[in-house]
Design a protein around this ligand. Structure first.
Ligand SMILES: [Zn+2]
Ligand SMILES: [Zn+2]
Length: 300
């Protein structure tokens, strides 16, 4: 799984930074996470194929998180997309998109499946490769975070060992699931002789626009990678709280309490020209912090 940062600014475009948009890629399937107004431009600029986007998650209906969506949906249609697209967002989003399509007498070339985000936490998608779950954060309006889990593919076969012990290929699935193998003569081949642990589940937690709070810690506990908004620096903590946003220091504190592997910062206020200070402030609390830049790619 990898995370590509496209837009990493808050409400206004400033200093070559654009409103929120990022892409999570798992085995060639893409999940677009929020769709700020420059989304199409940034996807093109960074060579990300739109046709691979299968899911779009809109955390909330502040414009900096979805004003790019009508344009993107329309462009996908102009390009003749036929694959279904799964869209998750606050319930009013469906009506907004439908109205925009209706007044333009536009019929999309592909099926658009909309699911309204519920009030609480929920599983949105669950495939053999990954799951998508939303969880409530605390913002000025209804807003949800997103948890992406890439599932473990089970234990990893060691082919030379398997052939040494003459284990039939038909049994490999059971080996990956952790079972031992018993030969016809009753000899037991222990699973750990022919497999190793393989990759464990990997989790990415997108903590969308939110005030500093412990309320969603249980959902993101132990995440390998956390993106937490940091609209302000700690010197502006009062302003952050008044606007239901967080500071870099507060984002780092959440990552620390969650026992995260790594923290990525973003959603910077346009009052800051440089984002270097965000990184320094977060690192003082949680050393494995990074201030995202457009085009950054983080492996999970
Ligand atoms: Zn925002
Ligand atoms: Zn917002």
């Amino acid at each position: 799984m990898k995370l590509t940062i496209l837009g990493n600014n808050s409400a206004l475009p400033a200093y070559d930074r654009y409103p929120t948009c990022q892409v999570v890629t798992i085995d060639g399937t893409m999940i677009l996470v929020d769709c700020g107004e420059a989304a199409q431009v940034l996807l093109r600029k960074h060579g990300i194929g739109w046709h691979k986007i299968r899911y779009i998650f809109i955390s909330h209906l502040h414009g900096d998180h979805y004003f790019g969506l009508p344009g993107l949906l329309n462009s996908m249609s102009l390009l003749g997309r036929t694959d279904p697209l799964y869209l998750y967002g606050p319930s009013a989003l469906q009506e907004i998109i439908q109205k925009i399509l209706d007044v333009a007498d536009t019929r999309l070339s592909y099926p658009l499946h909309f699911t309204a985000l519920p009030e609480g936490a929920a599983t949105l998608a669950d495939t053999t490769l990954f799951s998508l779950k939303c969880f409530p954060v605390e913002h000025r309006i209804f807003c949800q975070g997103l948890l992406v889990t890439e599932k473990s593919k089970g234990r990893k076969l060691l082919p030379e060992r398997c052939s040494y012990y003459q284990i039939p290929a038909a049994y490999y699935k059971k080996l990956k699931a952790g079972q031992d193998y018993e030969k016809k003569d009753g000899t037991l081949i222990k699973n750990e002789w022919v497999t190793d642990a393989g990759k464990s589940d990997k989790t990415y937690a997108y903590c969308a626009d939110t005030i500093y709070t412990d309320s969603f810690l249980s959902y993101i506990q132990g995440a390998d990678l956390i993106y937490h908004e940091s609209t302000y620096l700690e010197a502006d903590a009062e302003r952050a709280a008044a606007r239901f946003h967080s500071t870099a220091r507060q984002a780092a504190s959440v990552a620390l309490k969650a026992g995260a592997g790594k923290l990525v910062l973003g959603h910077y206020s346009s009052k800051y020209k440089s984002v270097d200070e965000f990184e320094a402030e977060a690192k003082s609390v949680f050393p494995d912090s990074v201030a995202s830049r457009e085009g950054d790619v983080y492996e999970v």
